[in-house]
Design a protein around this ligand. Sequence first.
Ligand code: NAI
Length: 461
Amino acid sequence: MADYDVIVIGGGPGGYVCAIRCAQLGLKTACVEGRETLGGTCLNVGCIPSKALLHASHSLHEAEHNFAAMGLKGKSPSVDWKQMLAYKDDVIGQNTKGIEFLFKKNKVDWLKGWGSIPAAGQVKVGDEVHNAKHIVIASGSEPSSLPGAEVDEKIVVTSTGALALPKVPKKMVVIGAGVIGLEMGSVYKRLGAEVTVIEFLDEITPGMDKDIQKTFQRTLKKQGMEFIMGAAVQKVDKTKTKAKVHYKLRKDDSEAMIDADVVLVATGRRPFVDGLGLEGAGVKMTERGQIATDHWQTSVPGIWAIGDVTEGPMLAHKAEDEGMAVAESIAGQAGHVNYDVIPGVIYTSPEVASVGKTEQELKEAGVDYKVGKFSFMGNGRAKAVFMGDGFVKILADRATDRVLGVHIMGPAAGELIHEACVLMEYGGSAEDLARTCHAHPTFSEAVREAALACGDGAIHA
Ligand code: NAI
């Protein structure tokens, strides 16, 4: 048993960042994590491993489709799946050990085990009960289940199983055209699987700007991904080695079935609060099963909550920002998160990135806006690397020119978006961006051109 200023429950991006910041601000801090390694879903079975597989499969795509055009002749590489998984596991190991190192460096104690809260001010890990002036719940989320689809992580898998399949399937059916479905679907498509995505809605990537949704889906179709839209999956029947996915089309209620070797269920995630003892501790929940918070404080004084267990987008960087803000609030500083400027990125190829309002949101809110759009076809660097597909779209207030939203599909979109984030954080205008010198030849010139298109016009359009 030990006494702490802060005990953080959960060692994912929200929790470990919060713990490190607390320690940096002079608070005696521990972090409870039950997995063998730190880093939570993101580092172990989410963002980081999927990026390793996206990189590997994109490299294969380059070799198969673009090398010859550049005069790089020879046989395309074949896939050694075991080695690709070993590379992915090595990337995970490097990152999770990195967090362990940072804990030691910052003197954060790792309490190994699953934590619960027997009472405010107390955290139980295994048989030990520790005292804490502040408890931060950062226990993350888990894949939500789909009625009628029993996950075995072999034939019917979540993102976790999809990152460790024994072999590349011949036919994969992905349920849900959200971020996970499209990222993992892209990986297996590029590795040679036939991939069909079944989506309940009529558009992919719910919540994204409509222009992006349309162009992105067209591009994925061109890459060979198939889509069954407006279809609700009813159930998944399994044999020993295969599955049959039954779905109903919304437009006419007709029913159909599709075969698969592997079915990826990617229909969202839900807060993970099992075993925390929240009810006993008196922590109130929202109707949607999230921990109710006000500036990250729960209904019980001294208990805070951040990241996927709370409201808002389930994004690692949103959780990290909240983690830092809570640490600062506990230390008596002014913790702050600007929820209007949280970027979202889909790491397919091309990447998709977005920040701020979509065009449809501005329309619904009755905002008078203007649009500056620029295609990557007009960007010399993008054309040089076969990445002319896609565009940058900037939405700015018509009267003040203030940038309200930026949506990008194209090369390095996940990096480019941050120039928009900084601009928006400072309340900048499209003209501010347009008057900022951008190095040539870079992809980011396309962002500037879209800003110019909000004014007197882009040069290369
Ligand atoms: P999602 O919420 O992004 O998409 C789920 C999709 O499944 C929706 O389009 C929904 O309409 C569809 N759906 C639901 N039930 C269905 C049914 N019965 N039949 C057909 N379609 C159905 O969820 P996803 O992709 O599982 O991701 C979960 C969370 O993880 C998200 O909040 C996402 O932001 C986060 N994430 C973020 C990543 C990133 O930032 N790059 C990467 C991976 C996950």
